[in-house]
Design a protein around this ligand. Structure first.
Ligand SMILES: [Zn+2]
Ligand SMILES: [Zn+2]
Length: 553
């Protein structure tokens, strides 16, 4: 009987972001990715959302390392938080480690964190785990799928991938290696990226975006070109630079992460732009507009990004005007559409021409679509299948594709964050649950609780009513107040009569409570909250936060 292998899903199943899972074998744990998620609009004041680290904390002494599939924030962005508490080596391609190290360095944890670079196709032992790093194509270069050769057979994790047959760097998803594993050892369990499972057909090649950009650039006679894309999309940046250089322009980067990533990628040879074609952003104003192309951050409409500041006229380096063409070489991540639209409006108001993925094919996805997912299933022929990386609907769509490709229905498991599955000689079973809630980060302090967030939501949507009263307990009467202070509740002129009435109502309630023998401050405050809350909801149909403050004379 071979030893069982289990997997705990800590994030990324049922949501886009905070991808994180733990593989367990022989009492040891291997982390695959540890990413963050950007907050929804209703998570007031929250900067980031992380996986729940409880399970990892409890198994701290068993963790032998983290394998990073690629350098996107939703796969490596939570490491700098986890590494404050735990210590383990991180394995990934040099570019992935270069991208991950920024946050780790910012957190001052680089000194005690071992970063281990691995090459395409490399196979290495990490504790008891026999891990193989298989090249895949994605919207950041040098991404990996991970094959773990376990006592229960091969567990293949696709990472984020697409099947681009003509990738910009020629580094294709290594389907032949996956096929070789399938026909020798066999794939016992496949875990694969579901992000685009609902999109039919094949994702267009990244190279097609290059042709579109070239044609667009050639059309911009006498105009300055400003582009924006993800700072980690090195292949896009390469194609923008190539198109610019082909029509006699120099490029300048704008935005801190763009500058950092371009330097990193050029140092690693992942990006080729000759020195003679790069100028500093300060030099741009001295050059004729038709000789310049700016590559900027802000493709998601972030208000404080370089492009966001251009749109509001606040960018210190660039004023956008009627001689500018702005190309948003990106697609708004769900939830960011509002900000992106606002940036487009701002740029148009300043007189610029704006080209985005809605009007020209200036973007291609980095995630496999239905036919690519089917191709992966057909090549790997997995015995068991678990869709990962996606909203629940994406995982359901992916499960259907697997069924259509012949994976027996009982062997397809729809899991969610917190589920634990175990592979044994008997097959694949759900074997438990681990904590997998959201860990909210506000600023750098981390872990804002559910309660704080609930309060913020009430404050933002309903406002606050503070009721202050001083009472004489021995005389059973209210000495001063109640005084009512409100913020964000009802408009002032209407409020006055309402407030007077509320005061009377609260005063009555407090006196009644005192006469009924309530003597403690907490008890009286409970009465105040109840009376004020009832009045407010009766009269305004609103539920503001009510803060009672009762003082004893
Ligand atoms: Zn991802
Ligand atoms: Zn990704």
């Amino acid at each position: 009987m071979a030893a069982p292998v289990s997997i705990a899903f800590l994030g990324g199943l049922g949501e886009i972001g905070r991808n994180c899972m733990v593989l367990e074998q022989d009492g040891r744990c291997l982390l695959i990715d540890c990413g963050l998620m950007f907050p929804d609009a209703d998570m007031h004041g929250i900067d980031l959302v992380l996986p729940d680290f409880t399970y990892l904390r409890e198994h701290a002494d068993r963790i032998v390392g983290c394998v990073a599939t690629h350098g996107h924030e939703d796969h490596v962005g939570a490491l700098s938080f986890l590494l404050r508490e735990l210590s383990f080596p991180i394995y990934g391609s040099p570019l992935t480690l270069g991208l991950a190290r920024n946050r780790i360095e910012e957190a001052g944890l680089l000194g005690r964190t071992e970063l281990v670079a691995v090459a395409d196709g490399e196979r290495r032992a990490i504790g008891p785990f026999d891990v193989e790093f298989i090249p895949v194509t994605h919207s950041v270069p040098n991404a990996f799928a991970i094959a773990v050769h376990t006592p229960q057979g091969v567990v293949l994790h696709s990472g984020d991938f697409k099947l681009d047959l003509t990738p910009v760097d020629g580094r294709r998803t290594d389907l032949s290696r996956m096929g070789a594993i399938a026909s020798s050892e066999g794939v016992r369990l496949l875990l694969a990226d579901s992000t685009n499972a609902e999109e039919h057909g094949y994702a267009p090649s990244e190279r097609q975006v290059g042709s579109v950009l070239r044609a667009l650039f050639a059309d911009q006679h006498g105009r300055r070109i400003i582009t924006s894309s993800f700072a980690s999309h090195i292949h896009r940046i390469q194609q923008i630079a190539d198109a610019a250089i082909a029509c006699g322009r120099v490029v300048a980067t704008l935005g801190l992460s763009m500058k950092k990533n371009v330097r990193l990628a050029r140092d690693l040879g992942a990006l080729t732009i000759p020195d003679s074609s790069i100028v500093d952003i300060e030099e741009v104003d001295k050059l004729p507009p038709e000789k310049v192309c700016i590559i900027s951050t802000g493709s998601q409409g972030e208000p404080m990004s370089a492009l966001g500041l251009m749109a509001s006229g606040d960018n210190r380096w660039l004023k956008v005007g009627e001689h500018d063409t702005v190309i948003l070489s990106s697609h708004a991540i769900p939830g960011n559409e509002f900000n992106v639209n606002r940036v487009i409006d701002g740029l148009l108001r300043n007189g610029a021409e704006v080209i985005h993925s809605g009007v020209a094919d200036v973007h291609a996805t980095g995630h496999a679509q239905a036919d690519e997912l089917k191709t992966l299933l057909s090549i790997t022929r997995p015995e068991h299948f678990v869709p990962i990386h996606g909203e629940y609907r994406h995982m359901v769509a992916h499960a259907k594709l697997a069924a259509a490709m012949g994976v027996p229905a009982p062997n397809i498991a729809l899991c969610e964050d917190g589920d634990v599955i175990t592979l044994s000689d008997q097959g694949l079973e759900m074997t438990g649950r681990v904590p997998a809630g959201y860990l909210y980060v506000d600023g750098i302090v981390g872990d804002v609780g559910q309660g704080v967030l609930r309060d913020r939501r009430v404050l933002a949507e309903e406002g606050v009513v503070v009721v202050v009263a001083t009472v004489d307990v021995s005389e059973s009467k209210v000495l001063t107040g109640p005084e009512i202070i409100t913020r964000g509740w009802v408009y002032a002129p209407e409020a006055e009569a309402l407030l007077d009435e509320a005061c009377d109502r609260v005063a009555e309630a407090v006196e009644r409570a005192l006469q009924n023998g309530v003597r403690d401050v907490e008890g009286l405050e409970r009465e105040v909250r109840r009376a004020a809350g009832q009045f407010v909801s009766e009269r305004t149909r609103r539920r503001p936060m009510i803060v009672p403050v009762v003082m004893e004379a």
